[in-house]
Write a protein that binds this ligand. Structure first.
Ligand code: GDP
Length: 238
């Protein structure tokens, strides 16, 4: 385990909030953070950066439902995705989320990993499990992090670790437990995020999807425009 204080805070800077993946500037590498509302996502982003109010920008009314982008000085970035478990959101907003989030998760170039937050005390919920299944079905590199470690009594932790990991279809050693409130494993998570953001040496672009292939075929079958003779009006030269 990385000793406390061993890893400097991630110097995250808020860049923008967007609704579509196409609105976002390109990145050299990105890690996205997902979790249901109240899982402790904002507190964790603040802890990673060691800033009190960094994630406040994403909590600003209207922004909680957007793609909130934070960047690091080296051109890599962290995406704060809207929380799911949308009980209080108006139906019109709710209806838009899946498309926005799917569009981002499936369309973002250089998305290296998705950190899925699960509440250590109560998780994984059914919603968490559905989200994990969806992410895995799309072959995204999912990293499960359990939040609010301090809320689980020390005497219950071993059992809880096993139950939570089993609920996420993982081995307990593959779930990192953190606490923003008590600064548990925040250094370790900073170190891991830095590692996940590093360029992937043997990365190859994913094979095109059926839709992309169909679009490419359609584009290829369009007749190219007639070549234009730039010196058509020869009179001008005589
Ligand atoms: P978000 O909705 O996922 O962004 O969650 P927040 O970061 O706003 O946290 C939701 C609630 O959980 C707040 O009351 C936080 O103070 C609390 N919380 C967040 N992290 C921790 C933690 O590590 N330990 C404890 N005990 N509470 C936490």
């Amino acid at each position: 385990m990385t000793p406390v204080g061993a890893v400097p805070p991630l110097p995250l800077r808020f860049v923008m909030s967007g609704t579509r993946v196409d609105d976002l500037p390109p990145t050299r590498g990105e890690v996205a953070i997902v979790g249901r509302s109240n899982v402790g996502k904002s507190s964790l982003i603040n802890s990673l950066a060691n800033r009190k109010n960094l994630a406040k920008v994403s909590k600003t009314p209207g922004r909680t439902q957007l793609l909130n982008l934070f960047e690091l000085p080296d051109g890599t970035s962290v995406m704060d995705l809207p929380g799911y478990g949308f009980a209080n959101a108006p139906a019109a907003v709710r209806a838009k989320w899946p498309e926005m989030i799917d569009g981002y998760l499936l369309g973002r170039a250089n998305l290296h990993a998705v950190v899925a937050l699960v509440d250590a005390e109560v998780g994984p919920t059914k919603n968490d499990q559905q989200t994990l299944a969806w992410l895995r079905s799309h072959e995204l590199d999912v990293k499960v992090v359990a939040t609010k470690h301090d809320k689980v009594k020390p005497s219950k932790r071993d059992q809880r670790r096993r139950d939570l990991a089993a609920g996420c279809l993982l081995d307990p050693k593959d779930v990192l437990w953190v606490s923003s409130a008590k600064n548990v494993n925040i250094d370790e998570l900073r170190a891991r995020i830095t590692e996940w953001l590093a360029p992937v040496a043997d990365w190859h672009p994913p094979a095109p999807t059926r839709k992309q292939r169909a679009e490419a075929r359609a584009a290829a079958s369009v007749e190219p425009p007639e070549p234009v003779d730039e010196y058509d009006d020869e009179d001008e030269w005589n």
